[in-house]
Design a protein around this ligand. Structure first.
Ligand code: ZN
Length: 193
């Protein structure tokens, strides 16, 4: 997906770093994250907000150096709160591992970043599915519900251990536990499961 031009500063911006900003009268503007934050800061009066651009960080999982992940960060000011997202990219779109923290508008960004990195580290340290043997490793599967283009929204695509798993494949993995009970809990993107 090609870069898009921020309608405020004119910079060419990758899609993951843009926000489609709607005003009350149905008019939409495509802004880079930085211009979006500056606009929210102005309209809410949080002018102390640290509109930081955070460099990507490389991390490894429990399997060591051969499993490297590059995490990108997006910081958004949302009224009196801030959302900090960390995610991998495939091409220019978020894909794979993804984690979010919600903080207060006057929180220190680097403190939040440190907490988010710890949260990502915890996520990277656990494996839920043995994809080769198609079985659940312990008894818990944590993941994220996403859109599956090939299914036109009828069934989800789930992301487990940073990998896309079709609904069908998840079903096959579950069949290794035939006769067992299960519990399905849904949680906000910023909650820790
Ligand atoms: Zn801009």
């Amino acid at each position: 997906m090609a870069n898009q031009r921020c309608e405020q500063c004119g910079n060419q911006t990758p899609p993951w770093d843009t926000i489609n900003c709607g005003s009350g009268d149905g008019y939409h503007e495509l802004l880079c994250t930085s211009c979006f934050n500056a606009r929210i800061a102005e309209s809410t009066g949080f002018t102390d907000f640290e509109n930081a651009r955070l460099a990507p960080i490389r991390m490894i999982d429990s399997q060591g150096e051969s499993h490297q992940f590059q995490f990108h960060f997006q910081l958004r000011l949302l009224g009196d709160r801030i959302a900090l997202d960390g995610f991998e990219l495939q091409g220019e779109l978020p894909s794979g591992y993804r984690s979010q923290l919600i903080g207060e508008a006057d929180d220190e960004v680097l403190v939040l970043l440190g907490r988010l990195v710890e949260k990502i580290r915890r996520a990277l340290s656990v494996r839920h599915i043995d994809f080769r043997e198609r079985r659940i490793i312990e008894s818990t599967v944590r993941g994220r519900i996403e859109w599956d283009d090939s299914q036109a929204g009828h069934v989800p695509l789930v992301v487990v251990d940073g990998k896309e798993v079709s609904w069908d494949d998840l079903g096959r993995v579950l069949m290794s536990m035939e006769g067992w009970q299960f519990r399905l809990d849904i949680a906000d993107p910023s909650e820790e499961l």
